[in-house]
Ligand binder design. Sequence first.
Ligand code: ADP
Ligand code: MG
Ligand code: MG
Length: 252
Amino acid sequence: MLLDVNNLHAKVAETDKEILKGVNLQVNPGEVHAIMGPNGSGKSTFANVLAGREDYEVTDGRVLFDGEDLLEMEPEERARAGLFLAFQYPVEIPGVSNKLFLFTAVNAVREARGLPPLEMHEFEELAAEKMKLLKMRPDMLERSVNVGFSGGEKKRNDIFQMAMLEPKLAVMDETDSGLDIDALRIVADGVNSLRDGQRSFIVVTHYQRLLDYIKPDFVHVLYNGRIIKSGGFELAHELEEKGYDDLIRQFG
Ligand code: ADP
Ligand code: MG
Ligand code: MG
């Protein structure tokens, strides 16, 4: 098993507000899991806790990633161990080119995996290959990280970073709004082109449509800090038709 989340409880740091109230989730290599649920359920909190964001405090439970205690690791260590978080609001880093940012990040991950660092020309070849795969314009590499990127370009860049870092598990937290159909396609095509039978994904989304393109193996409904229902891809369709109300009455 790649990720084993066991009875995870978390609260906003320096408050008593518990948001995650016992999340259980198991992800095997190669699986794609979607997490859906009404606004305010704790979906982003879950993604942030996996990433190790300091605004949240884990109060109970256990998370094993590739057999190691994830919660004991610093955010950078998590990334080096093969966890990739694509965020709702990608950071902008003025003055730092995508190229430099990724060159550094890729070699840090390689070092952690016991691989020799790439030389710049090797890195450039790899980047060119991935950009072609993702149908990205080569000049994206020279631009400052996310500065002045359109929504679609940011998505594409997120996916590009993921492609370069070759994570074991990618966690993507999609916004509730503002993704047009082109951006949805970019995300879906990116995920699909990076599926290789080993890499796993957790896709947090409200978008039935995104899931139509990605076709996750499992769909989970998170409500009030717990996963109240899990199923296959068909669960996403059921939710689209019936909404969350019945489920919440039954299990919430
Ligand atoms: P979702 O992504 O499912 O919409 P969130 O994880 O963003 O849900 O939020 C779950 C609950 O936790 C909400 O009530 C939200 O207001 C609260 N919450 C999340 N992060 C914080 C924070 N940093 N400070 C205070 N409350 C927060
Ligand atoms: Mg929200
Ligand atoms: Mg959210």
